[in-house]
Ligand binder design. Structure first.
Ligand code: BG6
Length: 469
């Protein structure tokens, strides 16, 4: 044991990915299309009617065929856990099929075999921005209540098949993104007829579906731990005025509501009030209310950035990084993509979530998207990514502070532990990995993998259980 590290023994160090951003093989072995297969340029550009060759996700980094090699590299870094998602459309190609696709299920068996071989725990996301396209086109995505049952069938299939092998499960990636990114997050076509009423009803359907997955897990996979997954974003008042503080509280509530429902089993009063003031009335059945009482075992979240907020509409400018609302914070630097860098914010959210929910916390995404330069050092290709090491180191120091503050943080999986296709911009040049993948935005590249400088740095952090931070 190491007495200089605040990280507890058994802390789950690892990395995180999502199926649509790594797997490729978008139409192999019976896989159906997902919303990502028609979003070639990310969430700021319109969907295409069918997959187009400029969509990097169709091949991504071809994890579908490289998984053994990639998992071996994760093992070399000493990963204790690997977060990945299962592509719903690999298991139920249309989303509403009666029977699952065995070839799709078999792929994840092979991935789990490989993880077990290396003693790496699996952390599986059931739905990570990859709703089957048919459910978007024929149902309107999560606006349709029938998706609850379709998701239940999918969740049951996975929990029955892998429940004894996978200990940690997340029901929906960043569930609070639905109202901001309807199509990518929830397969909801962004037409002119789409109303806020529709969006919040869809949110309700996902919350019920999430709770049902928890209920099913209790039945069929008693050892599984189920978590919700939300975007964590500390919000600072732009000025010390009480009006700004109140605006911050309201915006914060609009995010916290998702954790509140998942941990307490019912909608909080402030949220019902906000809906009422928007003129929104949710259709909540008695069965829904009962379902919602199936609360999670742990709370997981992504953390990249913080924002500021103000009550003054004249000062509300929309920057690149503030997709959840708020305004850029004048005291912070930002990444090339406008995401503001704020390690201390991570300690703040750890404390806020722990104080509020008293559930184990799992940081399942954090990282720095940057353009990397592949260089040749004595015949070895690598990337000298000191900027990434600095970002991750500063954030992990604050995780240690949060643990020292008393929070029960059980693990940390940095985002994109191997380079992958970006969710917001669909680029490969926005890289997060410890492992460089030779593939470029124009689709060229050998798909060869190279270790970056951060690879050895992270291996050392894990080996010392955080004592080298
Ligand atoms: C999170 C998503 O919002 O941010 C990931 O869960 C995504 O899927 C990550 O990749 C980073 O965003 P981006 O746009 O840089 O890929």
């Amino acid at each position: 044991t190491n007495t200089t590290s605040p990280f507890p023994e058994g802390f789950l160090w690892g990395g995180a990915t999502a199926a649509n951003q790594i797997e490729g093989a978008y139409n192999q072995d019976g896989k159906g299309l997902s919303v990502q297969d028609v979003l070639p340029h990310g969430l700021r550009s319109p969907r295409t009617p069918a997959p187009t060759p400029d969509n990097l996700k169709l091949e991504a980094i071809d994890f579908y065929h490289h998984y053994a090699e990639d998992i071996a590299l994760f093992a070399e870094m000493g990963f204790k856990v690997f977060r990945f998602s299962i592509a719903w459309s690999r298991i139920f190609p249309n989303g509403d099929d009666k029977e699952p696709n065995e070839a799709g299920l078999a792929f994840y068996d092979r991935v789990l075999d490989e993880l077990e071989k290396h003693g790496i725990e699996a952390l599986v996301t059931l739905s990570h921005y990859e709703t089957p396209l048919h459910l978007a086109d024929a149902y309107g995505g999560w606006t349709d209540r029938r998706l609850i049952n379709l998701y239940e069938r999918y969740a049951r299939t996975l929990l029955e098949r892998y429940g004894s092998r996978v200990k940690y499960w997340l029901t929906f990636n960043e569930i609070n993104s639905l109202v901001h990114e309807p199509f990518m997050s929830a397969g909801i076509p962004e037409t002119e007829q789409l109303t806020e009423q529709d969006l919040y009803q869809a949110m309700h359907h996902e919350l019920v579906a999430s709770a049902r997955a928890t209920r099913i897990a209790r039945e069929v996979a008693p050892n599984a731990k189920i978590g919700c997954m939300i975007i964590a974003m500390p919000i600072y008042p732009l000025s010390p005025s009480p009006q700004d503080a109140a605006a911050v509280m309201d915006l914060d509530h609009s995010n916290l509501a998702f954790g509140d429902v998942h941990t307490r089993g019912a909608y909080p009063g402030y949220f019902l009030r906000a809906l009422k003031e928007k003129g929104i009335e949710l259709n909540i059945t008695d069965e829904d209310r009962t379902d919602l009482t199936n609360t999670v075992d742990f709370v997981s979240f992504s953390y990249y950035q913080s924002v500021a907020h103000t009550s003054d509409p004249a000062k509300l400018i929309r920057g690149e990084g503030n997709i959840m609302g708020g305004v850029p914070n004048p005291t912070l630097e930002a990444s090339e993509w406008g995401w503001q860098i704020d390690p201390i914010g991570l300690r703040l959210v750890i404390n806020q979530f722990w104080d509020r929910w008293q559930k184990p916390l799992f940081i399942v995404e954090n990282g720095f998207g940057a353009k990397d330069q592949l260089v040749d050092i004595n015949g070895v290709k690598t990337v000298i990514d000191d900027y990434r090491i600095a970002y991750l180191n500063d954030h992990l120091v604050q995780v240690g502070e949060g643990i020292a503050d008393g929070a029960d943080v059980i693990g940390y999986t940095s985002w994109g532990c191997i380079d992958l296709v970006s969710a917001t911009t669909a680029q490969l040049s926005k890289r997060y990995g410890y492992i460089y993948v030779d593939r470029n935005d124009d689709g060229s590249g050998s798909l060869e993998r190279f270790k970056k400088k951060s690879f050895d740095w992270y291996a050392e952090v894990i080996r010392t259980n955080g004592a080298t931070l």
